[in-house]
Design a protein around this ligand. Structure first.
Ligand code: HEC
Length: 76
C-alpha cells in the first residue's frame, strides 16, 4: 500500500480517481461472491466505470480482491 500511495495514487488524475470511485461504489456492499449489477448508465459514466474497473484490476485487486473484499487479518 505504501508503494501505491507514494508511487502512484498521489499522481492520479481527477478523471481516473472519479473512474475508480464510480467503479468501487458500484460494487455490492454485501453478497461478496456476486458481481455488482450497475444501474442504467450514461455513455460518459459507462466509459468512466470501465476505466475505473481497469485501474482497480491493475493496481488494487491483487491485495483488495476482485470485489474489494480485502483479506481480513492479513496484516495483524
Ligand atoms: C500491496 C497491497 C495493496 C495494494 C496493491 C493496494 N492496497 Fe489498499 N490497502 C492495503 C492494505 C494492507 C491496507 C490496510 C488494510 C487494513 O487496514 O487492515 C489497505 C488499505 C486501503 C484503504 C483503506 C481501507 C480502510 O478501510 O481504511 C483504501 C481506501 C485502499 N487501501 C485503497 C486502495 C486502492 C484504491 C488501491 C489501488 C489503486 C490499493 N488500495 C492498492 C494493501 C494494498
Amino acid at each position: 500500500m505504501a508503494d501505491v500511495v507514494s508511487q502512484s495514487l498521489q499522481y492520479l488524475t481527477g478523471d481516473n480517481a472519479r473512474a475508480m470511485a464510480a467503479y468501487l461504489k458500484s460494487l455490492p456492499e454485501s453478497a461478496p461472491h456476486s458481481r455488482g449489477v450497475a444501474p442504467e448508465l450514461s455513455d460518459e459514466v459507462d466509459r468512466q466505470f470501465r476505466r475505473g474497473g481497469e485501474i482497480y484490476e491493475t493496481y488494487c485487486q491483487d491485495c483488495h480482491g476482485s470485489l474489494g473484499q480485502g483479506a481480513p487479518g492479513a496484516y495483524e
